[in-house]
Design a protein around this ligand. Structure first.
Ligand SMILES: Cc1cc2nc3c(=O)[nH]c(=O)nc-3n(C[C@H](O)[C@H](O)[C@H](O)COP(=O)(O)OP(=O)(O)OC[C@H]3O[C@@H](n4cnc5c(N)ncnc54)[C@H](O)[C@@H]3O)c2cc1C
Length: 461
């Protein structure tokens, strides 16, 4: 319970219309896109300037209030599930694009800018910001940085980390920390941006981001390769990479996901296919044609029964919109949807797809699998009903086994969705106790009162 006097302190900082103390308002910020019990925070505040944000952090620290920053709340690992005695700090009032520099190819933004709006603003200036999480229509750039979000273009263009040139953030006491620069090269001091990217709000509160922009590709070609066997599709992924071709996007959808997506988006996907690969190559027109021809040949060699090439920009957009709708389409089918994120070296994609199928069969579960196969990053998605206790126990065992199989293949717990609360207890399986202790020592040194998003990633510091 946060006292009335303290609520008034926050009102003095952000104004009374920026403080939400009613239970109904607070309940709206008790959950995110992870399947976890909601936790209603003690207070929600909405600063609209950097100065306000800094003072909010300071007030939380002085009063030992746990502080959870929230962008759009789309993370899938419980990163924005707050503490009951804590404060949720919204960034949707800090949503200005401060600069798009077309000469020096960078932009400066506040954390609450919506990813897709930013990408469109950049595109309108003839440039390109590649990171494109499936949630981009609502996710924020601050949330993308704090999660090191990936997306559909990770294979060729990398992830958010690869575009962060600099950050300004507030430490646990509300002091301003600056790292990086607007220059292509910068080795001034520790690379604190690298520490903050992916830190899920546990080490600082980001208020300004300098992002790298690149020239837009001249030409793009998208295709849908249809397979009658799942193994044909998954082996094709490994073969394309092994042939030294790096498509911008290389996505996998199994039959269950194809049917769900088609029912949802009516994009004309072939519902009888065992699996689809959605592929886009981009670059110089000559290179695009050459690579597309090679990709087509590899798909056919591995048993693709047909390859549909998008002839217009509208046809292309339709395919990618359908793919982006995969999670929403699956979520319509059952009350509870658990989207996993275990990632393996790319050559192990066929083994991982087979492992997930086997786990689903053995536990009598429905698992649709789709994802960024070119990155080795599959999203096995378990459709269930959490109220069914027996089935939920099987779900938990299946998740456990999916992680174990990925790790045994040289993979990792999370390719892009982060650890948050959902996977914190699994961390030691991939790393060592000493690794966790090392991380906890960093956390304790930088946030001695443990106010910054406590419990996330490393458990209780
Ligand atoms: C349909 C759907 C599709 C998705 N597709 C993808 C995908 O393709 N790739 C991918 O990587 N993810 C994907 N995600 C997951 C999610 O969208 C990303 O993790 C995204 O980066 C979260 O952004 P957000 O604004 O919602 O952040 P939030 O969920 O609000 O926050 C995420 C984390 O960042 C912290 N945070 C937010 N802002 C700040 C700040 N200013 N300073 C410090 N910490 C901060 C929060 O405390 C939290 O720990 C998807 C989610 C959904 C629901």
């Amino acid at each position: 319970m946060i006292s009335k006097a303290l609520i008034q302190e926050f009102q003095k900082v952000v104004g009374s219309d920026g403080v939400f103390a009613d239970e109904a308002d607070r309940a709206a910020y008790s959950y995110d896109a992870a399947v976890l019990e909601p936790v209603v925070p003690g207070l929600v505040v909405r600063p609209t300037t950097a100065e306000m944000l800094s003072r909010v952090v300071r007030l939380c620290n002085e009063n030992r209030l746990p502080l959870t920053v929230r962008g759009a709340g789309t993370n899938l690992s419980g990163g924005t599930v707050p503490r009951p005695d804590g404060v949720v700090v919204l960034t949707n009032g800090l949503n200005r694009i401060l600069e798009i520099n077309t000469e020096d190819l960078y932009a400066v933004v506040e954390p609450g800018v919506i990813t897709a709006k930013f990408a469109a603003a950049v595109e309108a200036r003839g440039l390109f910001y590649p990171p494109d999480p499936g949630s981009q229509a609502v996710s924020t750039l601050g949330g993308n940085v704090a999660e090191n979000a990936g997306g559909l273009r990770g294979l060729k263009y990398g992830v958010t980390r690869d575009y962060v040139m600099g950050l300004e953030f507030f430490d646990a006491e509300g002091n301003l920390v600056k790292t990086g620069a607007r220059t292509v090269k910068c080795v001034t001091g520790y690379n604190l941006a690298a520490l903050l990217v992916g830190s899920e709000g546990t080490l600082g509160v980001i208020h300004k981001i300098i992002l790298k922009l690149i020239p837009a590709p001249q030409h793009r070609k998208s295709m849908v390769a249809v397979f009658d066997r799942v193994s044909g599709a998954s082996e094709t992924v490994a073969a394309i990479i092994a042939n030294r071709i790096v498509p911008a996007t290389l996505e996998f959808l199994d039959n269950f996901t194809i049917r769900a997506v088609e029912a949802y988006s009516k994009a004309g996907l072939p519902v009888e296919a065992a699996a689809l690969l959605l592929i886009e190559v981009d670059g110089h027109p000559g290179q695009v044609e050459e690579e597309a021809a090679k990709v087509e040949a590899i798909c056919r060699e591995r048993g693709a029964s047909s390859i549909q090439v998008a002839r217009t920009a509208q046809e292309r957009d339709k395919v990618w919109e359908a793919r982006r709708a995969a999670l929403s389409a699956l979520a319509k089918l059952k009350p509870t949807v658990v989207l996993e994120d275990a990632t393996v070296p790319r050559s192990r994609i066929p083994d991982m797809v087979a492992a997930v199928e086997e786990i689903a069969r053995r536990h009598h579960l429905t698992i649709g699998t789709f994802g960024h196969a070119g990155d080795g990053n599959l999203h096995p998605t378990i459709l269930t009903d959490r109220r069914d206790e027996k089935e939920w126990q099987r779900v938990e065992r299946a998740i456990d086994e999916i992680f174990d199989r990925a790790l045994a293949m040289g993979g990792t717990l999370s390719g892009e969705h982060g650890i948050g609360l959902a996977k914190a207890s699994f961390m030691e399986r991939e790393t060592t106790r000493a690794t966790l202790d090392y991380a906890r020592r960093i956390k304790r040194a930088l946030d001695p009162n443990n106010i910054l998003n406590p419990g996330k990633i490393i458990g209780d510091a």
